[in-house]
Design a binder for this molecule. Structure first.
Ligand SMILES: [Zn+2]
Length: 279
C-alpha cells in the first residue's frame, strides 16, 4: 500500500507538470484531422454555458467550453487547474464533430467500429473501462495505432457520486495505469459513467492529468432503439462543435456498429470534419 502511494505521488507530480504544459495551450485542445479549414465561420453554439472570462486565452481556431473560469473561487489556486464542469462541445471549430465510443473495448463490436473509422480515414475517441481494457490490450493498441484518442471511463463503470474519494481515485488511477502500461502514455481525457460527475472526481481527474469530456448528442444506442433511429439521432443532432456519444460495449452493440457505417458517410457528405482533441 505504501509503495502504491509513493508511486501514485510520483505519477501525480509528473502529471501535474504535464498538465501545466497542457494548460498553457488550453485554447487549442482540438485540432482538425483535415488541415483545410471548414470554410465559413461556425456559429457560436447556444449551450447556455457562461462565456469563459478568466485569464486571457490565446486566440485559436478551436476553443472548448466551458473553461476553468466558471470554477468556484476556492479552486482557482488549485494545481493543476480543476474544472467544475466537463467540456460538452467545442466552438469556433468550423463544421467539426467529435465521435466518442464508451465502455469498451469489446472484441465483438470494437473491431467493427475501428474498421469503419479506418475506411473513412477519420479518428474518434474511445472512453475505455479498465476492466475491459486490461483483457483487450490488442484493441487498445489498435486504437492508438489508428490515431484514435483513448480516454478513461473508470475501471468498473460505477456511479461516481455514490463512491468515497478513495474508491473514485482507485477507479480512475487503475484505468489510467492500464492505458499507460499498454500505450506508453497515460490518458489525457476522462468521462464519468452516466455523465455523473462530482467535485471530487474533477479534483482527482485533474491530479491524474486528465480533462473531463461529456457529450452533446446522446444516441441512446444502449437502449437498442434500432439502427435507423441511431442514425437519425446523429444526423439530426449534427451541428458544428457537437460531441456524439455512442457505445462499443456494455451489451449488444451491433446496432451501434451498423449505424456508424451509415451516419459516418452521411456526416462527411454533409461537409463535417470528424475531429479529435489533441493535447
Ligand atoms: Zn459508460
Amino acid at each position: 500500500m505504501k509503495m502504491d502511494q509513493m508511486l501514485l505521488g510520483r505519477r501525480s507530480v509528473l502529471r501535474i507538470v504535464a498538465c501545466l504544459g497542457a494548460a498553457a495551450t488550453a485554447g487549442a485542445l482540438f485540432t482538425e484531422q483535415d488541415p483545410s479549414p471548414g470554410g465559413a465561420a461556425a456559429p457560436r453554439p447556444a449551450t447556455g454555458a457562461p462565456a469563459a472570462a478568466g485569464p486571457p486565452v490565446k486566440e485559436s481556431a478551436y476553443r472548448l467550453q466551458p473553461m476553468t473560469a466558471d470554477a468556484p473561487p476556492r479552486f482557482r489556486r488549485a494545481l493543476p487547474p480543476v474544472r467544475s464542469r466537463p467540456f460538452e462541445r467545442f466552438q469556433e471549430a468550423g463544421r467539426s464533430i467529435v465521435l466518442t465510443f464508451d465502455d469498451g473495448p469489446d472484441p465483438r463490436y470494437t473491431p467493427g467500429i475501428l474498421s469503419t473509422l479506418r475506411e473513412y480515414h477519420v479518428n474518434a475517441m474511445f472512453f475505455v473501462c479498465g476492466e475491459m481494457a486490461t483483457d483487450n490490450r490488442d484493441l487498445l493498441r489498435q486504437m492508438a495505432e489508428d490515431g484514435h484518442v483513448v480516454g478513461n471511463h473508470t475501471w468498473s463503470h460505477p456511479l461516481i457520486p455514490k463512491l468515497p474519494p478513495s474508491k473514485i481515485r482507485g477507479e480512475l488511477s487503475r484505468t489510467s495505469e492500464v492505458i499507460e502500461q499498454t500505450l506508453g502514455a497515460a490518458p489525457l481525457w476522462y468521462r464519468a459513467p452516466y455523465g455523473a460527475w462530482n467535485r471530487v472526481s474533477f479534483e482527482i481527474g485533474a491530479e491524474l492529468g486528465m480533462e473531463p469530456l461529456a457529450w452533446t448528442v446522446d444516441t441512446l444506442d444502449w437502449t437498442e432503439p434500432g439502427t435507423r433511429t441511431i442514425v437519425r439521432r446523429v444526423l439530426d443532432g449534427a451541428e458544428p462543435g457537437v460531441v456524439v456519444l455512442s457505445h462499443d460495449a456494455g451489451g449488444d452493440r451491433s446496432q451501434s456498429v451498423a449505424a456508424l457505417r451509415s451516419y459516418l458517410p452521411g456526416l462527411l457528405d454533409a461537409g463535417y470534419h470528424i475531429t479529435v482533441p489533441r493535447r
